[in-house]
Write a protein that binds this ligand. Sequence first.
Ligand SMILES: *Cc1c(COP(=O)(O)O)cnc(C)c1O
Length: 360
Amino acid sequence: MESSDDLRPATIAVHSGRPPHDPDQPLNQPITMASTFVAGGGREYGRWGNPTWQAFEEALGRLEGGRALAFSSGLAAVDVVLDLVANGEKVVAPSACYNGTLLQLADLEARGRVSTTLVPVTDTAAWVEACEDAALVWLETPSNPMLDVSDVPAIVAAAHAAGARVVVDNTFATPLGQQPLALGADLVVHSATKYLAGHSDVLMGAVVVADEQIWTVLKGRRDLLGAVPGTLEAWLALRGLRTLPLRLERASANAAELARRLAEHPAVDRVRYPGSGAMVAIDLPDAATADAATRATRLWVHTTSLGGVESTLERRTRWASEAPEVPQGLVRLSVGIEDVEDLWADLAQALDSALAGNAG
Ligand SMILES: *Cc1c(COP(=O)(O)O)cnc(C)c1O
Protein backbone atom coordinates (compact mmCIF):
# COMPACT_ATOMS: atom_id res chain seq x y z
CA MET A 1 0.00 0.00 0.00
CA GLU A 2 1.14 3.56 -0.70
CA SER A 3 2.10 5.67 2.29
CA SER A 4 -0.16 8.62 3.00
CA ASP A 5 2.74 10.95 2.21
CA ASP A 6 2.60 9.92 -1.42
CA LEU A 7 -1.10 10.61 -1.91
CA ARG A 8 -3.02 13.85 -2.02
CA PRO A 9 -6.05 14.43 0.26
CA ALA A 10 -8.71 13.88 -2.42
CA THR A 11 -7.16 10.48 -3.18
CA ILE A 12 -6.75 9.56 0.50
CA ALA A 13 -10.42 10.41 1.11
CA VAL A 14 -11.50 7.95 -1.57
CA HIS A 15 -8.98 5.13 -1.12
CA SER A 16 -8.04 4.82 2.54
CA GLY A 17 -9.86 2.54 4.98
CA ARG A 18 -10.70 -0.17 2.45
CA PRO A 19 -10.10 -3.93 2.52
CA PRO A 20 -7.02 -5.15 0.57
CA HIS A 21 -7.37 -5.50 -3.21
CA ASP A 22 -7.61 -9.30 -3.10
CA PRO A 23 -9.96 -11.52 -5.13
CA ASP A 24 -13.52 -11.46 -3.78
CA GLN A 25 -12.79 -8.88 -1.08
CA PRO A 26 -15.59 -6.31 -0.86
CA LEU A 27 -14.60 -2.89 -2.19
CA ASN A 28 -16.04 -1.20 0.90
CA GLN A 29 -15.43 -2.16 4.51
CA PRO A 30 -18.73 -3.84 5.48
CA ILE A 31 -20.91 -2.90 8.43
CA THR A 32 -19.79 -5.38 11.07
CA MET A 33 -22.60 -5.92 13.54
CA ALA A 34 -20.85 -7.76 16.36
CA SER A 35 -20.90 -7.32 20.13
CA THR A 36 -18.08 -9.82 20.60
CA PHE A 37 -15.30 -11.47 18.60
CA VAL A 38 -13.77 -14.95 18.78
CA ALA A 39 -11.12 -15.03 21.52
CA GLY A 40 -7.42 -14.92 20.80
CA GLY A 41 -7.19 -11.81 18.61
CA GLY A 42 -6.61 -8.19 19.60
CA ARG A 43 -10.22 -7.06 19.45
CA GLU A 44 -12.12 -9.50 21.69
CA TYR A 45 -15.16 -7.37 22.62
CA GLY A 46 -17.40 -4.91 20.77
CA ARG A 47 -16.65 -1.97 23.07
CA TRP A 48 -12.92 -2.33 22.43
CA GLY A 49 -12.91 -2.23 18.64
CA ASN A 50 -14.79 -2.82 15.42
CA PRO A 51 -13.50 -3.19 11.84
CA THR A 52 -15.98 -0.59 10.54
CA TRP A 53 -14.86 2.05 13.08
CA GLN A 54 -11.29 1.15 12.24
CA ALA A 55 -11.81 1.83 8.53
CA PHE A 56 -13.14 5.31 9.35
CA GLU A 57 -10.27 5.90 11.78
CA GLU A 58 -7.70 4.89 9.19
CA ALA A 59 -9.11 7.34 6.62
CA LEU A 60 -9.45 10.27 9.05
CA GLY A 61 -6.04 9.57 10.60
CA ARG A 62 -4.39 9.74 7.20
CA LEU A 63 -6.18 12.97 6.28
CA GLU A 64 -5.11 14.63 9.55
CA GLY A 65 -1.62 13.10 9.56
CA GLY A 66 -2.04 11.22 12.86
CA ARG A 67 -3.84 8.33 14.53
CA ALA A 68 -7.61 8.60 15.01
CA LEU A 69 -10.17 7.26 17.45
CA ALA A 70 -13.90 7.42 16.74
CA PHE A 71 -16.41 8.36 19.45
CA SER A 72 -20.17 8.37 19.84
CA SER A 73 -20.37 12.15 19.29
CA GLY A 74 -18.22 15.23 19.04
CA LEU A 75 -18.92 16.03 22.69
CA ALA A 76 -17.82 12.54 23.77
CA ALA A 77 -14.52 13.30 22.02
CA VAL A 78 -14.32 16.68 23.80
CA ASP A 79 -14.97 14.94 27.12
CA VAL A 80 -12.13 12.39 26.83
CA VAL A 81 -9.67 15.12 25.81
CA LEU A 82 -10.63 17.37 28.76
CA ASP A 83 -10.25 14.28 30.94
CA LEU A 84 -6.49 14.33 30.18
CA VAL A 85 -6.26 17.36 32.49
CA ALA A 86 -5.34 16.41 36.06
CA ASN A 87 -7.36 17.66 39.05
CA GLY A 88 -6.87 21.36 39.69
CA GLU A 89 -4.95 22.05 36.49
CA LYS A 90 -5.79 24.92 34.15
CA VAL A 91 -7.43 24.89 30.72
CA VAL A 92 -7.27 27.91 28.42
CA ALA A 93 -10.17 28.09 25.95
CA PRO A 94 -11.89 30.58 23.64
CA SER A 95 -14.38 32.93 25.27
CA ALA A 96 -16.74 32.18 22.36
CA CYS A 97 -16.67 28.76 20.71
CA TYR A 98 -18.91 25.71 20.38
CA ASN A 99 -21.27 26.10 23.34
CA GLY A 100 -21.20 22.41 24.29
CA THR A 101 -17.46 22.69 24.87
CA LEU A 102 -17.97 25.81 27.02
CA LEU A 103 -20.73 24.01 28.96
CA GLN A 104 -18.43 21.04 29.65
CA LEU A 105 -15.69 23.40 30.86
CA ALA A 106 -18.13 25.31 33.07
CA ASP A 107 -19.37 22.03 34.52
CA LEU A 108 -15.82 20.84 35.29
CA GLU A 109 -14.95 24.18 36.86
CA ALA A 110 -18.15 24.25 38.97
CA ARG A 111 -17.24 20.85 40.36
CA GLY A 112 -13.69 21.99 41.17
CA ARG A 113 -12.14 19.56 38.68
CA VAL A 114 -10.22 22.15 36.62
CA SER A 115 -9.79 25.91 36.43
CA THR A 116 -10.41 27.72 33.17
CA THR A 117 -9.26 30.95 31.58
CA LEU A 118 -11.38 32.11 28.65
CA VAL A 119 -9.70 34.31 26.05
CA PRO A 120 -11.07 36.09 22.96
CA VAL A 121 -10.02 34.05 19.89
CA THR A 122 -8.09 36.82 18.13
CA ASP A 123 -6.29 38.28 21.18
CA THR A 124 -3.04 36.35 20.65
CA ALA A 125 -1.12 38.30 23.32
CA ALA A 126 -3.73 37.27 25.91
CA TRP A 127 -3.47 33.64 24.77
CA VAL A 128 0.31 33.69 25.10
CA GLU A 129 0.02 35.13 28.61
CA ALA A 130 -2.69 32.65 29.65
CA CYS A 131 -0.57 29.70 28.48
CA GLU A 132 2.02 30.29 31.21
CA ASP A 133 0.48 28.08 33.90
CA ALA A 134 -1.84 26.01 31.68
CA ALA A 135 -2.00 22.23 31.28
CA LEU A 136 -4.23 22.22 28.19
CA VAL A 137 -4.86 24.89 25.58
CA TRP A 138 -8.10 24.47 23.67
CA LEU A 139 -8.38 26.11 20.25
CA GLU A 140 -11.31 26.18 17.88
CA THR A 141 -10.48 27.87 14.60
CA PRO A 142 -12.36 29.15 12.73
CA SER A 143 -14.54 29.51 15.81
CA ASN A 144 -18.23 28.90 16.20
CA PRO A 145 -20.22 31.05 15.52
CA MET A 146 -18.17 34.23 14.93
CA LEU A 147 -15.67 32.58 12.54
CA ASP A 148 -12.67 34.17 14.23
CA VAL A 149 -9.26 32.68 13.45
CA SER A 150 -6.55 31.82 16.01
CA ASP A 151 -2.84 32.35 15.49
CA VAL A 152 -2.12 28.62 15.93
CA PRO A 153 1.70 28.61 15.55
CA ALA A 154 2.16 31.48 18.06
CA ILE A 155 -0.16 29.87 20.63
CA VAL A 156 1.38 26.41 20.12
CA ALA A 157 4.85 27.89 20.74
CA ALA A 158 3.71 29.58 23.98
CA ALA A 159 1.83 26.48 25.17
CA HIS A 160 4.71 24.12 24.52
CA ALA A 161 7.17 26.48 26.19
CA ALA A 162 4.93 26.21 29.28
CA GLY A 163 4.63 22.41 28.99
CA ALA A 164 0.95 22.53 28.01
CA ARG A 165 -0.74 20.40 25.39
CA VAL A 166 -2.66 22.01 22.53
CA VAL A 167 -5.88 20.67 21.08
CA VAL A 168 -7.62 22.13 18.03
CA ASP A 169 -11.31 21.56 17.33
CA ASN A 170 -11.02 21.23 13.55
CA THR A 171 -14.73 20.70 12.86
CA PHE A 172 -15.20 23.90 10.83
CA ALA A 173 -11.97 23.80 8.81
CA THR A 174 -11.85 20.00 8.22
CA PRO A 175 -8.48 18.35 7.47
CA LEU A 176 -8.72 19.73 3.94
CA GLY A 177 -8.73 23.30 5.26
CA GLN A 178 -6.04 22.89 7.92
CA GLN A 179 -4.04 20.11 9.54
CA PRO A 180 -3.45 21.20 13.15
CA LEU A 181 -0.95 18.41 13.88
CA ALA A 182 1.28 19.78 11.10
CA LEU A 183 0.96 23.21 12.78
CA GLY A 184 2.32 21.70 16.01
CA ALA A 185 -0.90 20.88 17.88
CA ASP A 186 -0.95 17.69 19.94
CA LEU A 187 -4.57 16.68 19.43
CA VAL A 188 -7.37 17.32 16.96
CA VAL A 189 -11.04 17.00 17.83
CA HIS A 190 -13.88 16.58 15.33
CA SER A 191 -17.60 16.56 15.41
CA ALA A 192 -17.84 14.03 12.55
CA THR A 193 -21.56 14.86 12.70
CA LYS A 194 -20.77 17.92 10.58
CA TYR A 195 -18.54 18.05 7.46
CA LEU A 196 -16.86 14.65 7.75
CA ALA A 197 -20.13 12.70 7.54
CA GLY A 198 -21.71 15.61 5.70
CA HIS A 199 -25.35 14.56 5.21
CA SER A 200 -27.06 15.55 8.48
CA ASP A 201 -27.88 11.93 9.29
CA VAL A 202 -25.20 10.82 11.78
CA LEU A 203 -23.92 11.77 15.25
CA MET A 204 -20.26 10.89 15.67
CA GLY A 205 -16.98 12.32 16.92
CA ALA A 206 -13.27 11.70 16.63
CA VAL A 207 -9.91 12.55 18.16
CA VAL A 208 -6.68 12.45 16.15
CA VAL A 209 -3.24 12.53 17.80
CA ALA A 210 0.36 12.34 16.66
CA ASP A 211 1.70 10.74 19.83
CA GLU A 212 1.22 7.00 20.33
CA GLN A 213 1.19 7.33 24.14
CA ILE A 214 -1.71 9.82 24.15
CA TRP A 215 -3.55 7.58 21.68
CA THR A 216 -3.21 4.66 24.11
CA VAL A 217 -4.50 6.75 27.03
CA LEU A 218 -7.53 7.93 25.00
CA LYS A 219 -8.22 4.42 23.72
CA GLY A 220 -8.15 3.25 27.34
CA ARG A 221 -10.71 5.90 28.27
CA ARG A 222 -12.96 4.92 25.37
CA ASP A 223 -12.74 1.24 26.38
CA LEU A 224 -13.58 2.13 29.97
CA LEU A 225 -16.32 4.73 29.42
CA GLY A 226 -17.93 3.12 26.40
CA ALA A 227 -18.53 6.30 24.38
CA VAL A 228 -18.21 4.25 21.19
CA PRO A 229 -19.80 4.99 17.82
CA GLY A 230 -22.49 2.79 16.30
CA THR A 231 -21.28 0.58 13.48
CA LEU A 232 -23.82 1.97 11.01
CA GLU A 233 -22.78 5.50 12.00
CA ALA A 234 -19.11 4.76 11.36
CA TRP A 235 -19.99 3.28 7.98
CA LEU A 236 -22.10 6.31 7.03
CA ALA A 237 -19.40 8.71 8.21
CA LEU A 238 -16.79 6.95 6.07
CA ARG A 239 -19.16 6.95 3.11
CA GLY A 240 -19.61 10.68 3.64
CA LEU A 241 -15.87 11.24 3.98
CA ARG A 242 -15.34 9.80 0.47
CA THR A 243 -16.90 12.93 -1.05
CA LEU A 244 -15.65 15.50 1.47
CA PRO A 245 -13.21 17.11 -1.01
CA LEU A 246 -15.91 17.42 -3.68
CA ARG A 247 -18.58 18.67 -1.27
CA LEU A 248 -16.25 21.18 0.31
CA GLU A 249 -15.05 22.45 -3.05
CA ARG A 250 -18.60 23.30 -4.14
CA ALA A 251 -19.80 24.54 -0.75
CA SER A 252 -16.72 26.75 -0.31
CA ALA A 253 -17.15 28.29 -3.76
CA ASN A 254 -20.80 28.97 -2.92
CA ALA A 255 -19.82 30.49 0.45
CA ALA A 256 -17.25 32.82 -1.11
CA GLU A 257 -19.79 34.07 -3.65
CA LEU A 258 -22.55 34.50 -1.04
CA ALA A 259 -20.17 36.33 1.32
CA ARG A 260 -19.41 38.78 -1.49
CA ARG A 261 -23.08 39.38 -2.30
CA LEU A 262 -24.18 39.57 1.35
CA ALA A 263 -21.70 42.39 1.97
CA GLU A 264 -23.74 44.48 -0.51
CA HIS A 265 -27.15 43.77 1.03
CA PRO A 266 -28.67 46.69 2.98
CA ALA A 267 -29.91 44.45 5.82
CA VAL A 268 -26.41 43.15 6.57
CA ASP A 269 -24.23 45.15 9.00
CA ARG A 270 -21.28 42.79 8.81
CA VAL A 271 -20.23 39.60 7.02
CA ARG A 272 -18.03 37.19 8.97
CA TYR A 273 -16.17 34.94 6.57
CA PRO A 274 -12.60 33.71 7.16
CA GLY A 275 -11.80 33.65 3.43
CA SER A 276 -12.19 29.89 2.99
CA GLY A 277 -14.47 27.06 4.09
CA ALA A 278 -18.24 26.89 3.84
CA MET A 279 -19.34 28.71 7.00
CA VAL A 280 -20.46 32.35 6.88
CA ALA A 281 -22.10 34.48 9.57
CA ILE A 282 -23.89 37.77 9.11
CA ASP A 283 -24.74 40.45 11.65
CA LEU A 284 -28.28 41.74 11.14
CA PRO A 285 -29.36 44.84 13.09
CA ASP A 286 -31.15 42.99 15.91
CA ALA A 287 -32.74 39.71 17.03
CA ALA A 288 -36.14 40.60 15.53
CA THR A 289 -34.70 41.17 12.05
CA ALA A 290 -32.64 37.99 12.34
CA ASP A 291 -35.66 35.94 13.44
CA ALA A 292 -37.73 37.39 10.59
CA ALA A 293 -35.04 36.42 8.08
CA THR A 294 -34.73 32.86 9.38
CA ARG A 295 -38.54 32.48 9.17
CA ALA A 296 -38.72 33.84 5.62
CA THR A 297 -36.44 31.38 3.78
CA ARG A 298 -38.00 28.61 1.70
CA LEU A 299 -34.91 26.74 0.52
CA TRP A 300 -32.51 27.39 3.40
CA VAL A 301 -33.61 25.29 6.38
CA HIS A 302 -33.95 27.01 9.74
CA THR A 303 -32.17 24.50 11.98
CA THR A 304 -29.16 24.06 14.21
CA SER A 305 -26.06 22.04 13.30
CA LEU A 306 -24.04 22.48 10.11
CA GLY A 307 -21.82 20.86 7.52
CA GLY A 308 -24.47 19.00 5.51
CA VAL A 309 -24.99 19.07 1.75
CA GLU A 310 -28.08 21.23 2.34
CA SER A 311 -27.87 24.91 3.26
CA THR A 312 -29.07 25.79 6.77
CA LEU A 313 -29.18 28.86 8.97
CA GLU A 314 -30.02 29.97 12.49
CA ARG A 315 -29.77 32.88 14.89
CA ARG A 316 -27.28 31.47 17.35
CA THR A 317 -28.35 33.51 20.38
CA ARG A 318 -31.72 31.75 20.32
CA TRP A 319 -29.72 29.37 22.57
CA ALA A 320 -29.31 30.78 26.09
CA SER A 321 -26.02 28.84 26.37
CA GLU A 322 -24.37 30.85 23.59
CA ALA A 323 -21.40 32.99 24.69
CA PRO A 324 -22.42 36.53 25.79
CA GLU A 325 -20.17 38.21 23.22
CA VAL A 326 -22.15 36.73 20.29
CA PRO A 327 -24.31 39.53 18.80
CA GLN A 328 -28.09 39.09 19.14
CA GLY A 329 -28.58 39.62 15.40
CA LEU A 330 -25.92 37.14 14.29
CA VAL A 331 -27.20 34.53 11.84
CA ARG A 332 -24.91 31.61 11.11
CA LEU A 333 -25.08 30.16 7.61
CA SER A 334 -23.93 26.64 6.76
CA VAL A 335 -23.59 26.84 3.00
CA GLY A 336 -24.44 23.67 1.11
CA ILE A 337 -23.76 22.36 -2.37
CA GLU A 338 -26.91 23.59 -4.15
CA ASP A 339 -26.80 25.99 -7.11
CA VAL A 340 -25.54 29.30 -5.75
CA GLU A 341 -28.10 31.30 -7.75
CA ASP A 342 -30.98 29.47 -6.03
CA LEU A 343 -29.30 29.98 -2.65
CA TRP A 344 -28.83 33.68 -3.27
CA ALA A 345 -32.35 34.25 -4.59
CA ASP A 346 -33.86 32.69 -1.48
CA LEU A 347 -31.53 34.44 0.95
CA ALA A 348 -31.98 37.82 -0.74
CA GLN A 349 -35.78 37.61 -0.64
CA ALA A 350 -35.68 36.55 3.04
CA LEU A 351 -33.40 39.50 3.93
CA ASP A 352 -35.51 41.91 1.85
CA SER A 353 -38.67 40.80 3.62
CA ALA A 354 -37.04 40.95 7.08
CA LEU A 355 -35.89 44.47 6.36
CA ALA A 356 -39.31 45.54 5.01
CA GLY A 357 -41.08 43.94 7.99
CA ASN A 358 -38.90 45.83 10.43
CA ALA A 359 -39.30 49.15 8.67
CA GLY A 360 -43.11 48.76 8.40
C1 LIG B 1 -21.25 20.22 16.79
C2 LIG B 1 -19.92 20.57 17.32
C3 LIG B 1 -19.36 19.87 18.38
C4 LIG B 1 -20.10 18.77 19.12
O1 LIG B 1 -20.31 17.65 18.29
P1 LIG B 1 -21.58 16.66 18.45
O2 LIG B 1 -21.29 15.66 17.38
O3 LIG B 1 -22.82 17.47 18.24
O4 LIG B 1 -21.50 16.09 19.82
C5 LIG B 1 -18.08 20.22 18.81
N1 LIG B 1 -17.40 21.22 18.21
C6 LIG B 1 -17.92 21.93 17.19
C7 LIG B 1 -17.13 23.04 16.58
C8 LIG B 1 -19.19 21.63 16.71
O5 LIG B 1 -19.71 22.35 15.70
